[in-house]
Design a protein around this ligand. Structure first.
Ligand code: ATP
Ligand code: MG
Length: 668
């Protein structure tokens, strides 16, 4: 129990009933969870495989696993389940697919796949443009998370528009079932439904999970809440930790009220508050407290820190976004070379992914290494999606979504009419598209040339499918070669280097696949591995493969739960933070919480930046300082006091040259 304060110790030791730890940023909530896992295994005697901890992102899950690993050296942690909600859901579904009408080896559609599926259905709808893709997507997701099925959605529809949405929802669900596939929402919803209707299964799972821990509880949505309630059962063996001031996913259906609702569902709930912050110096914390005081509060909490006043947080005014990026790059070089700070101790945080580009450019120009998380994630790249689709089809020949993605990639002269006829035939026979390709009955619907092309494709998949379970990497490499995928990439890229980079992504994926196959997934099925890959995000992959000392670039949403000694919170302007949409929709409070999350990531130094003008859709637009800056105590901030003196950032330029020179010398 070393390294914990008395309240934290109480939270770790308390196992008599359900527990909620409600506390502000940096107060050690996540630390309570990791220590509690160690305590449960080491002192309470619960076996690791009966403990389940749920976090919000893959990165957080991995960090937690590492921290627990350090604390319970010598104790058996085999089977310890630390994962995101989605991975937990996938685990549950994989064990009993038939119980919710799926077949073994079902596929998982990522956000992009389900988007294209919805697009397909929209295509056949009247005034599709007026309805809009994102409206449909959001609505379907909302319905699913509120446990509203298509029939209910239809019966509740109050006008034509709603009825159309409900029809699209019904079609979408039908396709999912036909494709033997689930989407991300189903990963939470499916298990929750399963537990509602099948008490025997629930009992099995309650026996399997003897203690449940949930981090970032304020961001659970209705379906996640229900899943937790089921798994925890009447005995309420759980600890959840959260901070209502950091609830930043209302737009995805998160309900901070879930914190209060716990008390209704579990009258014996114990609540422990933590108030000491161990992360940030007092000045930074002062800003965070001052900002969040502008939001109404359900629970009052006041954070304090013993870390001393620390550096004064700064605000840097910049001419435009290029200048902003340049200034931040000079500050980074200054920290690195004048103050000997590691690049990995610095983070640039922003509201939207589009803000990253100028920073990437400036960092590259100065040879500053960085990680970019989010953005066009690795798995969203076309070449990676193609390769994944081949892999999915090899793992699950009934994955029609994967089939449709690659049947004509690279081009095989298989047109949409052929595919429609094939789909009609497959539907009538209740088989998958790939299986249909080889059937004699097709002759009635398609001519010989069309059938031959489909046959060639089906044979390609069958040939490689036989080898894939034994050695997925070798089978996939052979396949990539057989279809001459590099040539296809060359055809579709603007230049050779671009094509090369894309091909590198493919080989990266394959070598990663090999590592997984020999490591964590040795005794699991290929379908398990494919599901796992689909759930991973770019950050995981980068950190697993690259490592090294790099500046972190990420959105505020992605930064939740993390901490960095030096934080640059950029783009502190109206319409960026708070975001334009939230100003229009009057949801400023959530944006303020987002700013609060940003500020509280910083340990030693915090620098805000803002510009005078910014390019929007090719036009210069004057920017106004964020109202959140105005809500901070003015005398607690240093305005335009740059470490790396400008205007010309002379010193930084010098440092940059030095840095480049070093790079050259090291290169040899
Ligand atoms: P967030 O709300 O941002 O997720 P948190 O409440 O989960 O924050 P942690 O990340 O657990 O906070 O802890 C913040 C920092 O304080 C970490 O570096 C952690 O190691 C450290 N810390 C937590 N408790 C203590 C303690 N009792 N003594 C010393 N350091 C601590
Ligand atoms: Mg935390």
């Amino acid at each position: 129990m070393s390294g914990l304060n008395p309240r934290q110790i109480e939270a770790v030791r308390y196992t008599a009933g359900p527990l909620l730890v409600l506390a502000g940023a940096g107060s050690g909530k996540t630390r309570v969870i990791t220590q509690k896992i160690a305590h449960l295994i080491g002192h309470v005697g619960i076996q690791a495989r009966h403990i389940r901890a749920v976090t919000f992102t893959n990165k957080a899950a991995r960090e937690m696993r590492e921290r627990v690993g350090q604390q319970v050296k010598g104790i058996n942690t085999r089977g310890l389940g630390i994962s995101t909600f989605h991975t937990l859901g996938l685990d549950i579904l994989r064990r009993h697919p038939e119980r919710i009408g799926l077949r073994a080896g079902f596929s998982l559609l990522d956000a992009q796949d389900s988007e294209s599926l919805i697009k397909e259905h929209l295509r056949g709808t009247r005034n599709a443009d007026a309805i809009g893709l994102s409206a449909v997507q959001q609505r379907i997701s909302r319905w699913k998370n509120d446990f509203v099925d298509p029939e209910q959605a239809m019966s509740r529809a109050e006008d034509d528009f709603e009825a159309q949405l409900a029809t699209l929802y019904a079609g979408y669900e039908r396709s999912l079932r036909a494709y033997n596939a689930v989407d991300f929402d189903d990963l939470i919803l499916g298990p929750a439904r399963l537990f509602r209707s099948q008490p025997d299964l629930l009992e099995t799972w309650q026996g399997r999970i003897r203690y449940l821990l949930v981090d970032e509880y304020q961001d659970t949505n209705g379906a996640q809440y229900e899943l937790v309630r089921h798994l925890a059962g009447p005995r309420g063996a759980f600890t959840v930790v959260g901070d209502d001031d950091q609830s930043i996913y209302a737009w995805r259906g998160a309900r901070p009220e879930n914190l209060a609702r716990l008390k209704d569902d579990y009258p014996t709930l114990k609540v422990i508050m933590l108030e000491q912050n161990y992360r940030s110096s007092a000045r930074i914390l002062g800003l965070a407290n001052a900002l969040i005081a502008h939001n109404p509060h359900v629970f009052e909490k006041r954070l304090w820190s013993e870390l001393g006043p620390g550096e004064r947080p700064r605000v840097l005014h910049c001419k435009d976004e290029a200048h902003e990026a340049e200034k931040v790059a000079s500050e980074i070089l200054h920290l690195k070379f004048a103050e000997e700070t590691a690049f990995g101790d610095m983070a640039i945080l922003y509201r939207g992914n589009h803000q990253a580009r100028p920073f990437e450019k400036a960092l590259r120009e100065h040879n500053i290494p960085y990680f970019l998380s989010g953005g066009t994630s690795f798995f969203a790249r076309a070449e990676v999606k193609d390769t994944m689709a081949y892999l999915r089809l090899l793992a699950n020949p009934e994955d029609d979504a994967a089939f449709l993605r690659i049947v004509n990639t690279p081009r095989r002269e298989i047109g949409p009419t052929t595919l429609e006829k094939l789909a009609d035939y497959a539907r009538a026979r209740a088989i998958g598209l790939l299986a249909a390709c080889g059937e004699l009955g097709l002759a009635e619907h398609l001519n010989e040339r069309q059938r031959n092309r489909l046959g060639v494709f089906a044979r390609l998949i069958a040939d490689h499918g036989q080898r894939v379970a034994a050695d997925p990497t070798a089978a996939m490499s052979a396949l990539v070669e057989a279809i001459d995928y590099p040539a296809w990439l060359r055809e579709n890229a603007s230049s050779q280097p671009v094509a090369d980079r894309r091909y590198e992504n493919v080989t990266d994926l394959l070598s990663w696949l090999g590592k997984l196959h020999k490591g964590d997934f040795q005794d699991k099925t290929l379908a398990d591995m494919v599901g796992h890959l689909t759930l991973m995000d770019v950050l995981d992959r980068q950190e697993e493969t690259e490592g090294g000392d790099r500046v972190h670039l990420m959105t505020l949403h992605a930064a939740k739960g993390l901490e960095f000694p030096h934080v640059f919170l950029v783009g502190m302007e109206e319409e960026l933070l708070p975001h334009r949409v939230s100003i229009e929709e009057d949801s400023i409070e959530e944006e303020r919480r987002l700013a609060y999350v940003g500020i509280t990531r910083a340990r030693q130094s915090l620098t805000f930046t803002l510009t005078r003008r910014r390019k929007r859709y090719g036009e210069w637009v004057l920017s106004a300082p964020s109202r959140f800056l105005g809500e901070l105590p003015k005398d607690q901030l240093d305005w335009d006091n740059e470490r790396a003196q400008t205007p010309e950032n002379r010193k930084a330029r010098g440092l940059s040259h030095l840095h480049r020179l070093k790079g050259l010398l090291n290169a040899d």
